[in-house]
Design a protein around this ligand. Structure first.
Ligand SMILES: NC(=O)c1ccc[n+]([C@@H]2O[C@H](COP(=O)([O-])OP(=O)(O)OC[C@H]3O[C@@H](n4cnc5c(N)ncnc54)[C@H](O)[C@@H]3O)[C@@H](O)[C@H]2O)c1
Length: 244
């Protein structure tokens, strides 16, 4: 029997990278999964337990549409994985109000609105799981990451408040902080061998992360194994941040 047998999940950003690997792993472990990504994204999956939904998470009606579809399709909701995100690298002086607002709207606000809409259903399940993809850049930063770091630090703060308020309903809330992972978001950088080599060398485990490395952490948090873990920011970075 799978570790998520009978569970009903939403995964955002499911067309690519971490989200795709997680949707596939959750389904392989017995969950029904609503795989959400932008309308123009490739949401074709081989697994029959994965239902695709093309929906921009930043739109006003997104929470109602996404949670409504999961509940209509599956009869309830046990797991919400807020994973979709965007990056924007620019020095502070070149970061426009619009760029900053857009990044915060997708990486932080959209996850808040979706989680708020999902809360009654997660509480009703008796073992709800709220999971966010933050980043090691929630704790650290780099040149050009003013909006990205702010949004991911915000995710961690928000995650803790959900954990505190929802614990009485047996809902856990946690964030995963990935390190350098080979996904769509990082493809342009990691196509260059010299860039890959630098990041791999920095990590204690001497390699880049793969989407499945993060999906396995999400599975732990989503499954009964993670039932007493809440309010945590879990670094999954191969030891990237152990030293300066
Ligand atoms: N790759 C890394 O090294 C790394 C490191 C730390 C954190 N992260 C975080 O991991 C998460 C997943 O990213 P990834 O690395 O798998 O990148 P990715 O680009 O492969 O996947 C992100 C997915 O999110 C979707 N998405 C973006 N905006 C959306 C929107 N408005 N509505 C619906 N879907 C939207 C994209 O279409 C894409 O399919 C992100 O939150 C990212 O910030 C990634």
């Amino acid at each position: 029997m799978g570790r998520l047998a009978g569970r009903r999940a939403i995964v955002t950003g499911a067309a690519s990278g971490i989200g795709r690997a997680t949707a596939e792993l959750f389904a392989a472990e017995g969950a029904q999964v609503l795989a959400v990504d932008r309308p123009d994204a490739d949401l074709a999956f081989d697994h029959p337990a994965i239902a695709p939904l093309g929906q921009d998470i930043g739109e006003d009606a997104a929470p109602e549409t996404i949670v409504g579809k999961a509940v209509a399709e599956f009869g309830g909701l046990d797991i919400l994985y807020n994973n979709a995100g965007i990056s924007h690298g620019a020095p502070v002086a070149d970061t426009t109000d619009e760029a900053f607002d857009r990044l915060v709207a997708i990486n932080l606000r959209a996850g808040f609105r979706l989680s708020r809409a999902a809360t009654p259903h997660l509480a009703a399940s008796g073992h709800g799981r709220l999971i966010f993809t933050a980043s090691i850049m929630a704790r650290h930063t780099d040149n050009g990451l003013v909006a990205y770091s702010a949004s991911k630090a915000g995710v961690v703060g928000m995650m803790r408040t959900f954990a505190l308020e929802l614990g009485r309903h047996a809902v856990t809330s946690n964030a995963i902080l990935p390190g350098a992972i080979a996904t769509g978001m990082t493809a342009a950088s990691f196509q260059r061998e010299e860039v890959t080599a630098v990041w791999a060398k920095k990590a204690a485990l001497k390699r880049l992360g793969q989407p499945l490395d993060i999906a396995r952490a999400a599975l732990f948090l989503a499954s009964d194994d993670g039932g007493f873990v809440t309010g945590q920011a879990l670094g999954v970075d191969g030891g990237l941040m152990l030293r300066v």
